[in-house]
Design a protein around this ligand. Structure first.
Ligand code: DGL
Length: 276
């Protein structure tokens, strides 16, 4: 493997802005890695769409990311992971990781009373991927799942600290609370942005699992195992190791990205993703 391949970026994609929570963890934990991020802002949300559509969109994104000479792909979207990871792997022909396996491992380690809640999009909950992964690791764990279709639009709208968001969260979390969960997986990459609102409702006794952190750790292991890690520190003269692409409204994306990332995002560009 040439050094050049090691210096190639990681392709990270999501249906929109949520995957930035995963990109943020990669930036923090793997500071030598470059990133090409794609947010499908024209077609978000994926969580209310069929498997066929999610697979088609995901394949198009992989084909676009491959034009950017990437070395690996992180599916920074639970919905695309749940519905399309096999097809993404097939299309990619390079190492691919999703967010569900790392999140499931983290939850299994965290729970004490073996009642684990999962909140996610409707498509992710219907695919039962979290339940399957968790019960493969520990069949005794009771997984309580709740689809929360209104949360993604609220996050995309930027209503992270809002009375209406709190009320909707309360309604969704009612059932989860009744089942005495001690661990709750934020099973959509948009939801960590609602972390403080969720924490306020659930209190300190419930551990919130953000699969993004574990995904970054898993990525680190995968890159090391496949000899793809970039060990060279980033050149100080290289102004921009991160590239951002979207399918619509680059300005809104940039504003949002700048509000949550530890870097200055100036270069988001619109890609005609249907052409890929
Ligand atoms: N952020 C995505 C996820 O993790 C999907 C949200 C959506 O597009 O519905 O599931």
């Amino acid at each position: 493997m040439t050094e050049k391949i090691n210096e190639a970026p990681i392709g990270v994609f999501d249906s929109g802005l949520g995957g930035l929570t995963v990109a943020r963890e990669i930036m923090r934990n793997l500071p030598t890695e470059r990133i090409v991020y794609f947010g499908d802002t024209a077609r978000v949300p994926y969580g209310s769409k069929s498997k066929d559509t999610i697979v088609r969109y995901s394949r198009q994104i992989v084909r676009f990311l491959k034009t950017q000479d990437i070395k690996a792909i992180v599916i920074a979207c639970n919905t695309a992971t749940a519905l399309a990871i096999d097809e993404v792997k097939e299309e990619a022909g390079m190492p691919v990781i999703g967010v569900i396996d790392p999140g499931a491992h983290m939850a299994v380690r965290a729970t004490r009373n073996k009642n684990v809640g999962v909140i996610a999009t409707r498509a992710t909950i219907q695919a039962r991927t979290y339940t399957t992964f968790i019960n493969n690791l520990d069949p005794e764990i009771n997984v309580i799942s709740q689809a929360c279709p209104l949360l993604v639009p609220l996050v995309e709208e930027g209503w992270l600290h809002d009375r209406i968001t709190d009320e909707i969260l309360m309604r969704y979390l009612d059932d989860v609370l009744e089942h005495d969960v001690d661990t709750l997986i934020l099973g959509c990459t948009h939801y960590p942005l609602l972390r403080s609102a969720i924490k306020k409702l659930l209190g300190e006794q419930v551990t919130l699992i953000n699969p993004a952190y574990e995904t970054a750790k898993e990525l680190e292991k995968m890159l090391a195992a496949s000899g793809l890690a970039n060990v060279r520190p980033m050149d100080k003269n290289e102004p921009y190791p991160y590239k951002f692409f979207v399918s619509d409204d680059a300005k809104k994306f940039k504003d949002f990205a700048n509000s949550i990332l530890p870097i200055d995002v100036t270069n988001a560009r619109v890609v005609p993703i249907e052409e890929y």
